[in-house]
Design a binder for this molecule. Sequence first.
Ligand SMILES: NC(=O)c1ccc[n+]([C@@H]2O[C@H](COP(=O)([O-])OP(=O)(O)OC[C@H]3O[C@@H](n4cnc5c(N)ncnc54)[C@H](OP(=O)(O)O)[C@@H]3O)[C@@H](O)[C@H]2O)c1
Length: 415
Amino acid sequence: MKIAILGYGVVGSAVAKALIENEKIIRARCGQNITPVIALARHKKDALIPITTNIDEILQREDIDVFVELMGGIEKPFEIVSQILKKKKPVVSANKAMLAYYRYELENLAKDLTFGYEASVGGGIPIIKALKEGLSANNILSIKGILNGTSNYILSAMNAKGIKFDDALKKAQELGYAEADPSFDIEGQDAAHKLLILASIAYGLRAKPEDILIEGIGNITSEDMYFAKEFDFVIKLLGIAKAKNSKVELRVHPTMINKDKMIAKVDGVMNAVSITGDLLGENLYYGAGAGGMTTASAVISDLIDIARNEFKSPMLGFRDDLQFELLAKDEIFTKYYLRLKVEDKVGVLSKIAKLMSENGISIDSFLQKPKQDEIHSTLFFTTHSTFEKDIQNLLLILQKQDFIKDKPFMMRIEE
Ligand SMILES: NC(=O)c1ccc[n+]([C@@H]2O[C@H](COP(=O)([O-])OP(=O)(O)OC[C@H]3O[C@@H](n4cnc5c(N)ncnc54)[C@H](OP(=O)(O)O)[C@@H]3O)[C@@H](O)[C@H]2O)c1
């Protein structure tokens, strides 16, 4: 089987290398050679296989059996992959951003053709196949994932070393775990793309990134870490999907979770996805979520499935006769954590408690951090479960109070 690799960067070059190095075991597993014959890049470079900078040179070849898209971006790869599918050739891609926007369009184009995307979520963790095949008998009650290694590294470093967000980010950049522009990772977009892919397999949800609640980790402070430790929580950027009746909530945000949960113990750049099915209960899938060889492992597993003729359509594995709907953001119902920097004077606490009760929010726990200076102190609250719209309303009201200094900060709690 001859393949063309569109994009010869971190992952593309690793795919070529792994196909060459593991040639014998791959042939033993699928009964034929999988041979990378040409790759596309923007610039000419030394490579293990011939490189072209001209996409037409690849698209015009009749001898290519499978195209592997590893360019990144959204519109350009979508345009190229669409052309390939129209020519009735199978595609493998690791491109979660393209899939977050165009997975249903691609499924329509692919029809009975193979479109493999195992590498798009969780790097090397075989989470797509787990959800699409191994767990297919279950009603998926929830998916909770640490889906972005950069954010998890930063939060783990803040927690373990007591360092500030900016210092943890700098360290991540020095170690090559964060891009020079890390916004996509730390603002939650990357995790949201992956969550949307998983939610399509589990629920057939057609939501796009702008439809769901996405918050990043940039506002987490050492004070939040202090509170979390005091109350046996850890803070993780989680992608969460939860189904109740026919409604599914999808959200990505920093989350306080009990430190005894399996997923709370996942530190550093590692990824993990916890899936709870009605039949099987909770399963945790853990492993490296990024890196050339790690991602190549998933890309090549799709190629091996194609060589074995083991792919089944439709691409997302969800047929439309069962309808799930996206739950409106306002209707999310969960527990919340609040950090409020206040003027340290008599009566402030009771005013806050009154505002909370007027908004139907009941306090679960309270902590006051020892004073930072003469006039301010920081108050921490957790609430009993309440609606997102009520907490958002409370935040707006609090922000207008003269005794509140700095913007009030809120984080959701997951049990
Ligand atoms: N890196 C990971 O750990 C990882 C993990 C999971 C999924 N992914 C996904 O895998 C894909 C590739 O990631 P990567 O890290 O390998 O990216 P990368 O290192 O930036 O490589 C991208 C490659 O595509 C080529 N390219 C980009 N745009 C092109 C264009 N318009 N025309 C021709 N060539 C073009 C680049 O050419 P030049 O070399 O000339 O610049 C480069 O060879 C992305 O969708 C990413 O989200 C990556």
